[in-house]
Ligand binder design. Sequence first.
Ligand SMILES: [Zn+2]
Length: 333
Amino acid sequence: MSGTIGHTMYAILAAKAAKERKLPISDAIQRHYASYLSGSYLGADVITVPGYVCQDTGQEVGYCAMGLKKSPITGGPLKPWRLESGGKTYAPIEIWRMFYGRSHLNFGWSKDDKKLAISWKRLPDYLADVLGDAVRLFDSGLQPIAYVFGWMTHIVGDALIKSIQPGVPLHLLDGKYPHANRPLQDLVTFHEVGRGELKLDWRKVLDDVASAPVEPLQCHYMRVAQPRGDLAKDFPDGWTPQHEPLLKKVMAENRRYQRIRNTRLLKQLELRHTPSGRQCDEELSRRAGGLGDEEMVDLAGGANFRHALWQIQEATADLFEEVVRRQPLLQNS
Ligand SMILES: [Zn+2]
């Protein structure tokens, strides 16, 4: 589970853990919760852009460079989507290569940029620098800080659920993260944990992700800006200010497209009540190897999926604590 549902859930749980631990940044998170949630998804997944345009309807479909053969709306033909910036156009795969590693830090770098990756050990230093710069250089209150803490939940969540870092032993359908598990994890997170246990209003959660404003600090923390501050001092390599106008366009595009995806996502995750029990969306069931919703919930219960969420939440709160410890400017926020 690494889509919007998964990442916002990691963030929601980590915020609760931060509050329980009485971390000083907990208030900032609560006060700017929409920015925190937005950071937890769009703070990292800048690849949230369409892949194609459906020729029959003109609607944008797909997700970045993930291949589609026909329109998921009509089954008709597709044409590739591209983003225009500065008189050039960019294919989704180029956006991926240029920016994905920069926001995930620890993994996901393109071949040429691998040397810029931030090791797990240095991650707290990097994040403490970003937050110090947020206070000193960006001078816009606590909102960017909440956004950065949201972004942190994404980095930890991705690294653990994708097994880039050890710590979450989870065996669902076949291994932890193959494609088939995604629908299962999304359904359980959405219904059992989200609606059932936490009484979430998912429409509001997803709306916050897309509606919270772009934080200019994101260009800085992705090193797609003029190098400055503690971050540039301690991590002097790989700054690409020439790509800042493009990244700004991408971030605006992320919010626009996420709004479209939110509507589709909510529809896809709805369950139908039939005489033979609850049924999930046919496409989701097909991707999970033909399992129905109730079977998926059983499977997830058996694998102790809820415990895996707890492990991610605790690992994230540990990182929060460590970063706060390193950054004195945060200790009263
Ligand atoms: Zn990600």
